[in-house]
Design a protein around this ligand. Structure first.
Ligand code: GRF
Length: 192
């Protein structure tokens, strides 16, 4: 069975969407492990609850950070690496070691509202300020620039005049939970 490793830094609702898709047999993969760069986060609670191995990698030295990630990935041997709200840049050594095997989910229609500093509610605030009537979410391959790799798939989400960044974030997140497991499924089946 194909294996995934998920990276997360926050509540892990996208991680949960993957777990649920596996449980519902919509996704035929093994989640080999979770890597986080913070402790006491929702994503870890979800890993514990679902008996998924996890490792917290809190290393400020760049070289050691890359080394630790490389060790874990070597141990878990993923076919696909999923960045699901991981707020630290993936070292270039890791990007080159896993070509076309690292994907990220972003809560906007890239190339709009992406890049350094565009994360969390900041993205949705910027969308509202732009006056755009449509936003969405994007899954893309990861390269060495933030949010710049090749776009795999997007879902559009309407923006309403009454929206706050929070209400917009909630609507986009719902679409993310649909998009991410579906893209993983397509990629896994492609490499069969
Ligand atoms: C999501 O909006 C995702 O697009 C972004 O970070 C957020 C993570 O949310 N990269 P969660 O931790 O999966 O709930």
């Amino acid at each position: 069975m194909k294996k995934l490793v998920v990276f997360a830094s926050g509540s892990g609702s996208n991680f949960q969407a993957i777990i649920d898709a596996v449980k519902q047999k919509k996704l035929n993969v093994e989640i080999a492990g979770l890597i986080t760069n913070r402790d006491k986060i929702g994503a870890i609670d979800r890993a514990i609850k679902n008996r998924i191995p996890f490792q917290v990698v809190q290393v400020s030295d760049d070289e050691l950070f890359a080394k630790r990630l490389a060790e874990l990935l070597h141990q878990w041997q993923p076919d696909l690496i999923i960045l699901a709200g991981f707020l630290k840049k993936i070292p270039s050594e890791i990007v080159s070691a896993y070509p076309d095997k690292i994907i990220n989910i972003h809560p906007a229609l890239l190339p709009k509202f992406g890049g350094k500093g565009f994360y969390g509610l900041r993205v949705h605030k910027a969308v509202l300020e732009s006056g755009d009537a449509v936003t969405g979410c994007t899954v893309h391959f990861v390269d060495n620039e933030y949010d710049c790799g090749q776009i795999i798939e997007q879902i559009e989400v309407p923006v309403f005049a009454s929206d706050s960044p929070e209400s917009l974030a909630k609507r986009v997140l719902k679409a993310e939970h649909e998009l991410l497991p579906s893209v993983i499924n397509n990629l896994i089946n492609k490499t069969n």
